[in-house]
Design a protein around this ligand. Sequence first.
Ligand code: FE2
Length: 131
Amino acid sequence: MSELGSLVQSADYKSEKHVPVIECPEKVKAGEFFEVKASLGKEIAHPNTTEHFIAWIDLFFHPDGEKYAYEVGRFEFKGHGESTKGANEGPVYCNPNVTASVKLTTSGKFHALALCNIHGLWESSKTIVVE
Ligand code: FE2
């Protein structure tokens, strides 16, 4: 494993709040749009404060039999209670939860990578079959 790859952590999202969860159909039809959701906190909420937050989720698709993954989208979360009044006094807090509309031509695997500003990089994946 590469040096950066060795820093990416994974676990069961049901017991580890940092693991991104990918939700999409098990099977889809080629060329038809469907929704794929990437989020954190499905089972255990992650803190969302000025000091401790999820900065982004990056979603990739790796087609079966190919060497490289393709980026589907990168979603940055900027609202964490920042304010001139002080930390955690602001009016905006982002929930790290995004949905993309996607169509595929081949089966493969989605990969989600998330960054906690304190606890580093976390990943998960989900297989999808294209018929
Ligand atoms: Fe964290």
